[in-house]
Design a protein around this ligand. Structure first.
Ligand SMILES: *[C@@H]1O[C@H](CO)[C@@H](O)[C@H](O)[C@H]1NC(C)=O
Ligand SMILES: *[C@@H]1O[C@H](CO)[C@@H](O)[C@H](O)[C@H]1NC(C)=O
Ligand SMILES: *[C@@H]1O[C@H](CO)[C@@H](O)[C@H](O)[C@H]1NC(C)=O
Ligand SMILES: *[C@@H]1O[C@H](CO)[C@@H](O)[C@H](O)[C@H]1NC(C)=O
Length: 500
């Protein structure tokens, strides 16, 4: 063979179009008639091959380049750089037999963020496009195959495993787990994006992704709602850190109303929430200066009450690509709220107020709203959600406030009690009229709030707010109290900032 034909052979072996429909090269390579679309070409042979498509160009319509264990010429052709980061993206179960659109987004976000990295798609579509239990059965073999490729790269090219990052979505997360188990040495990082739940929930850690599979295992859980005893995304924590955005169940923007309006298909609701993990990760790659923080908490209910907004002793972490390994933490459950769309990050505030009961208002059952006035922006009135408990009287109430926009430092807070200011008195008037005639004094519930303490999750700053008019600390339906930063001395001691 002359030089030219060798080159052509290498080209045909290592490179053929991935995203475009059949082309000459594809047909030649496979020795088939052209006319096949997408990646489903081998999906009917149950074995199916596993392909490692290294992305070379941001233009995803461009051909990729295929790595093969034992083939040095492919590595060279692909321009594989063994000293750079190597990132493998592993898809999950598929019904369509094609890459879903998130794959393009994730690949291009990774390539933009890490321009020198080797970004490789692990294409096991033919084994993933089967009945779910069969696809599950293939995860082990695919993981093993990845481990073999990595072992060869270590042996032949001194690939440092600590530079390897596997990113697996759904079933792909458990594929990454098997790869981590079987590779020689320890992979640097595995990110599980809503790892699959069915047939993995509750199984021993050898048979699912676990913290043992890499030096750092971070997991995003976005669809852990149970239906008929199973959850699409695994519910249990299986990494070093396990982040449950929006409690890990109802994702904003994925409600029946939101999604059906667009897609009209119940499957789309599921897909929206399951796939949200990928989009949060892509968001973290693209918006690296505006990251979401997650806060450690024992459960979603305590988080919703605003109890867990601490960053002390590694209790908070950045979500997505910038997440950092924390010493001696495993299965650490972390929570945050997000916006419905990119950029997903918002701002969390913990608020505490003691509500004093004046004048026998035990049954007042107030509905409070707060409005924050910030350095840059003011918020709308936001419902004070003390989470399925009513406001407790003569007690300190803690609640979480989430703003979608950056308002800057909080300057003023308005606490209002929903209701018409005279509705109570008119109601009382009516009652009293009926019992005692016109002359009885109307009475209305009166509560008192003297100050509100605020802690900002993102900055970890703490403030105390006092009534602007110190003689106006009482509130009745239809009224409000305005709070401003307490004069010196009331200020809470500044705490350590988050290491950002
Ligand atoms: C390979 O990657 C390393 C580390 O990112 C970089 O310093 C080096 O320039 C790269 N080599 C080539 C040929 O791109
Ligand atoms: C899983 O695959 C093995 C062979 O690799 C086979 O013996 C077994 O029956 C399969 N199990 C299921 C549930 O398909
Ligand atoms: C995230 O990491 C990148 C480097 O990869 C850095 O430039 C950026 O500042 C980090 N963002 C935050 C908020 O720490
Ligand atoms: C709260 O305290 C007030 C005055 O001290 C008292 O009248 C009222 O019964 C108490 N209410 C509750 C719910 O404990």
């Amino acid at each position: 063979m002359n030089h030219k034909s060798v080159l052509i052979r290498i080209f045909l072996l290592c490179a053929y179009p991935l995203f475009s429909s059949a082309t000459e090269e594809n047909a030649v390579l496979k020795g088939e008639d052209s006319g096949q679309n997408d990646l489903s070409t081998d999906s009917h042979s149950v074995g199916g091959i596993i392909k490692y498509n290294m992305r070379k160009s941001l233009d995803l319509e461009q051909e990729g380049c295929y790595l093969k264990t034992g083939k040095n010429d492919c590595l060279e052709k692909c321009g594989f750089n063994a000293t750079a980061k190597t990132i493998f993206i592993i898809h999950g179960w598929t019904m369509s037999g094609m890459f879903e659109s998130w794959m393009h987004k994730l690949v291009s976000a990774l390539m933009q963020r890490e321009s020198e990295a080797n970004v490789v798609i692990v294409d096991w579509i033919s084994r993933a496009q089967q009945l779910y239990p069969d696809a599950v059965n293939h995860t082990y073999g695919v993981g093993l195959d990845i481990a073999e490729l990595l072992n060869w790269l270590q042996d032949e090219h001194q690939l440092p495993l600590e530079n390897v990052h596997l990113i697996g979505y759904s079933l792909g997360a458990h594929v990454a787990g098997y790869a981590g188990t079987h590779v020689r040495g320890t992979i640097g990082r595995i990110t599980g994006l809503d790892p699959a739940g069915p047939m993995f929930e509750g199984v021993e850690k050898e048979n699912r992704l676990s913290p043992d599979d890499a030096d750092f295992v971070d997991v995003l859980h976005t669809y852990t709602r149970e239906a008929l005893g199973v959850s699409i995304g695994i519910q249990q924590p299986i990494g070093d850190i396990d982040i449950y955005p929006n409690g890990g169940d109802v994702q904003p923007g994925c409600g029946l109303g939101d999604v059906l309006a667009v897609a009209g298909n119940f499957m789309e609701v599921m897909k929206c929430e399951h796939e949200r993990a990928v989009h949060l990760f892509v968001d973290s790659l693209m918006n690296k200066e505006h990251l979401s923080y997650a806060f450690q908490c024992t459960g979603p209910d305590r988080f919703k009450k605003g109890i867990c907004l601490s960053c002390r002793k590694n209790r908070c972490n950045k979500i997505g690509y910038n997440a950092t390994k924390m010493r001696k933490r495993r299965n650490s459950k972390m929570y945050l709220k997000t916006r419905a769309d990119t950029p997903f990050a918002g701002y969390h505030y913990q608020m505490k107020m003691h509500v004093f009961n004046k004048k026998q208002s035990d049954d007042a059952d107030p509905i409070f709203n707060v409005k924050l006035y910030g350095e840059h922006k003011d918020t709308a009135d936001m419902f004070v959600d003390v989470h399925d408990n009513a406001i407790s009287l003569n007690m300190t109430n803690t609640f979480l406030v989430f703003t979608e926009e950056e308002i800057g430092e909080v300057l003023k807070i308005r606490l209002s009690w929903e209701g018409e200011s005279d509705s109570w008195s008119s109601m009382w008037k009516n009652i009293k009229k009926n019992f005692w005639g016109w002359n009885a004094n109307p009475s209305k519930p009166v509560l008192e709030v003297r100050r509100i303490r605020v802690k900002a999750g993102e900055s970890q700053k703490k403030y105390a707010f006092c009534a602007e008019d110190s003689s106006k600390t009482e509130i009745s339906p239809g009224e409000y109290i305005t709070f401003v930063k307490c004069p010196d001395g009331w200020d809470a001691k500044p705490k350590k900032r988050v290491p950002m």
